[in-house]
Design a protein around this ligand. Structure first.
Ligand code: HEM
Ligand code: HEM
Length: 313
């Protein structure tokens, strides 16, 4: 009975979608993509367009959409339990993130003696803050922020707020992590910014900050016009993924560099610590791949409407 009603609702929604498609040309990622279309239900797609005109509506489109407004059923009847559940890809990404976080903590606490931002005697403890904050604070929180639109069950506006705040916390913790690396260098009399890792790392955090500021001013406060938002969104998504991949690259170079230093100073090539560092770096690669594949995956019901979020029709 309930599924029959849902089917009817879906058909009406699909019909309305076709009408809207005529009125509003599709312009690639973000223009008409109902976020909840990830759940595979056309009815949710329509609900999203109603709630958020920003990505699909320009000056004339907004009027047209309100003429075709479709009565929304209450939220609990629109989303089944299956739709509310975390997608399997996201579970994989989270499992990888948790494992990488556990391994980096095990490394820095058990093998490297712990973390401290102000140790007067053991400067290595100051350095240890760096990989922990860069991985858990910057990369893992950044991954969670990027996936937030696709895994959180809330409204677009709430998800946007979470996306923005998680990126802000990631940026803050990443900055503290970089501060720890500089502090360690300065207090140990080591030169700054001599490695490829440090150049890419510093460049990444600066780009991340710019991406965040542009994201806030375009999509949050004061917020650009619907037309500008619609044009900016595909760029925001792609540049966001590039910055994220740069962060992954910086972390990989960091693990490689630190392990090379340690091995040059006598750490066994196949010692348990060396294997631990390499496995942590491997998990970070897998985490990045799972996040990028997850957020760029074409959604099957978008194909049923003849276009995909990734490929232009
Ligand atoms: C996205 C993550 C990361 C970023 C953005 C980043 C950024 C940086 C920056 C800017 C420096 C320069 C500090 C200075 O010159 O005083 C640095 C140093 C360093 N980082 Fe990272 N880092 C990241 C992750 C990691 C990780 C996971 C490790 C693993 C241990 C690591 C290991 C190192 C090492 C050994 C140094 C000192 C040598 C050098 O300056 O190249 N980093 N990092
Ligand atoms: C450095 C910070 C940021 C990065 C790396 C980033 C990255 C991304 C990525 C990869 C996506 C695509 C997610 C998906 O397809 O599900 C996205 C979507 C989005 N981001 Fe950001 N973002 C950042 C900051 C912000 C900020 C501060 C805002 C402002 C509120 C914002 C607003 C949005 C919006 C509105 C979307 C569209 C979501 C949708 O498809 O409905 N982003 N971002």
């Amino acid at each position: 009975m309930r599924s029959g009603a849902l089917e009817t609702l879906n058909s009406l929604a699909a019909l309305r979608w076709e009408l809207l498609s005529e009125l509003e040309p599709r312009e690639g990622w973000g223009s008409c993509r109902g976020k909840s279309s990830r759940r595979g239900r056309g009815v949710v797609r329509v609900e999203r367009i109603q709630r958020s005109g920003e990505r699909s509506v320009n000056g004339t489109g907004r009027k047209a959409i309100s003429e075709f407004r479709f009565p929304s059923p209450p939220l609990h009847s629109r989303r089944s339990e299956e739709e509310m559940a975390t997608p399997a890809h996201a579970k994989v990404a989270r499992a990888l993130a948790s494992s990488a976080a556990a391994l980096v903590l095990l490394w820095c606490v058990h093998f490297r003696g712990g973390l401290s931002l102000g140790s007067p005697t053991n400067k290595g403890l100051i350095f240890n803050v760096h990989p922990v904050l860069m991985l858990i604070g910057f990369i893992i929180l950044g991954s969670e922020a990027i996936m937030s639109y696709k895994i959180l069950p809330w409204s677009h506006d709430t998800n946007k707020m979470v996306h923005m705040l998680l990126h802000a916390v990631a940026l803050f913790l990443g900055s503290v992590g970089i501060y720890a690396a500089f502090k360690f260098h300065n207090e140990s009399g080591i030169a700054n910014l001599y490695s490829l890792h440090s150049w890419i790392g510093l460049g990444t955090i600066c780009l991340y900050g710019i991406q965040w500021l542009l994201g806030v001013t375009t999509f949050f406060f004061p917020g650009a016009s619907p037309t500008v938002r619609r044009r900016m969104l595909p760029w925001h998504v792609r540049s966001g993924l590039v910055v994220y991949m740069l962060a992954l690259l910086a972390a990989e170079l960091g693990f490689l560099e630190k392990l090379t230093f340690l091995q040059a100073n006598g750490l066994g090539r196949y010692s348990s610590e060396a294997l631990l560092v390499n496995f942590t770096a491997l998990l970070v690669v897998l985490l990045g791949a799972s996040v990028v594949l997850f957020v760029t995956a074409p959604m099957h019901n978008e194909h049923t409407h003849g276009y995909s979020a990734v490929h232009k029709p």
